[in-house]
Design a protein. Structure first.
Length: 417
């Protein structure tokens, strides 16, 4: 506990209760890390976990530590739950995370992580890997690789690979089917919508909801919003995604046009300023804005603040911006990932899949990174499938298998009589 930097160690009991609760709902992670502990492959290995500090992340870190790894956890700002950080530190894991940390403090937290010379980084938005390649190149001498959690982080790593900057192998954990099909769609879909509704105590049925971006996160939010009775319009720049939204029965419109009648706007693009100032100017009085994407400034909160003649906190996670034309706009979760800044993140059953992927990806890198090129790699398909099969087993769901004849048919190319 002495090495950790958390807001208040006295919050540890509250955090421990949250960690203990999710442990009951993550059977796959329990099974995976039990095997890793039995195998001894993580014993003494240094792993950095750079993920939002909430109960599921804490449980992942605790399970990796129980399997023998030396684990360091760090994250920044509104996606840190101080009680969980204290609870994890009380378990003996080194934690650098406070909810109201300054940018300078956050850089120091990451410096502290890198100073411990992790062999593998489980990263978010490629934050620490980018620092390792820029301001801390000495870390690359002992860093074996990284496993990336987010779409935006994978994009950054692919850009580094393309220009020859990337020096270590990285696994795109975000692109594993057990991650994006469930975490991005069902996890973000439920938790982002829940965070907005819980923060505002408003009704969704009948409201005009605009979803900016129709990737897996956008699809999940559209599914939940429509299921609760909202009228959903999707805004896209990618023609295939727009066409998919249309065939899913949703309205599709340019963002300024859609915002003219929007009552709730949810962004999920991974792109800065996806909700531009022209679209903000089109919003009606009383509109709610929330960001469900991995990029903090999908809409420009500082610019909105500069335009407002008055701001005030109207609920714990809701800020009102009074504009010169007498409109009020309400930002939920400070404009950063709303399901964590204004909620408790994805359901534990969903993160059971994601964090089992991350545990196995980290172990794979520890065993194989020296034989991998410095590039972005897919998680081996057999690992991805093993997580899915383990989850089905935990759920008590049985499926069929191909017969030998069917297997032969699928692998044959000759014409049949």
């Amino acid at each position: 506990m002495s090495e950790s930097q958390v807001r208040d160690a006295a919050l540890a009991d509250d955090g421990e209760r949250k960690i203990a609760w999710v442990s009951e709902w993550m059977p796959v992670l329990n099974a995976v890390t039990a095997r890793l502990r039995e195998d001894g492959t993580l014993a003494g290995r240094r792993i950095a976990v750079i993920l939002p500090v909430e109960a599921k992340t804490a449980y992942l870190a605790a399970r990796l530590a129980a399997a023998g790894a030396e684990v360091t956890v760090a994250f920044q700002g509104a996606m840190v739950h101080d009680d969980v950080a204290a609870g994890l530190a009380a378990r003996g894991v080194t934690v650098f995370a406070k909810r109201d940390s300054t940018h300078e403090e956050e850089l120091e937290y990451f410096h502290q992580v890198l100073a411990r010379r992790p062999e593998v980084v489980i990263d978010d938005r490629a934050d620490v890997i980018r620092l390792a390649h820029t301001t801390h190149p000495e870390v690359l001498e002992t860093l074996l690789g990284a496993s990336e959690e987010t779409t935006s982080g994978v994009v950054a790593l692919r850009a580094m690979e393309a220009d020859g900057t990337l020096k270590v192998p990285c696994i795109a954990a975000n692109d594993a089917r057990c991650k994006y099909l469930f975490d991005n769609r069902y996890g973000s879909g439920q938790s982002a919508v829940n965070a907005v509704l819980d923060s505002t105590n408003l009704l969704l049925a009948g409201k005009c909801v605009v979803i900016v971006g129709y990737g897996w996160v956008g699809k999940g939010m559209a599914l939940r919003a429509r299921g609760l009775g909202a009228e959903v319009t999707v805004c896209e720049v990618e023609p295939f995604a727009a066409l998919e939204a249309y065939h899913d029965g949703l309205d599709v419109a340019p963002i300024v046009e859609a915002c003219a009648t929007a009552e709730i706007v949810l962004t999920a693009t991974g792109v800065r300023h996806a909700l531009g100032i022209e679209a903000v100017e089109a919003l009606p009085d009383g509109a709610l804005l929330a960001n469900a994407g991995a990029v903090d400034d999908e809409f420009d909160v500082p610019a909105l603040r500069a335009r407002a003649f008055e701001t005030r906190r109207v609920r714990e996670h809701v800020e009102e911006f009074r504009l010169a034309d007498e409109r009020s706009l309400f930002v939920v979760g400070d404009g950063v990932c709303v399901n964590l800044s204004a909620g408790e993140g994805h359901p534990a059953e969903i993160m059971d899949l994601t964090f089992s992927v991350q545990a196995l990806a980290a172990n794979y890198l520890l065993q194989n990174a020296t034989n991998m090129t410095p590039a972005v790699h897919a998680l081996p398909a057999e690992i991805d499938e093993s997580v899915a099969r383990e989850k089905l087993k935990a759920l008590g769901v049985r499926i069929d298998r191909l017969t030998p004849e069917q297997e032969s048919f699928l692998h044959a190319w000759e014409a049949f009589d």
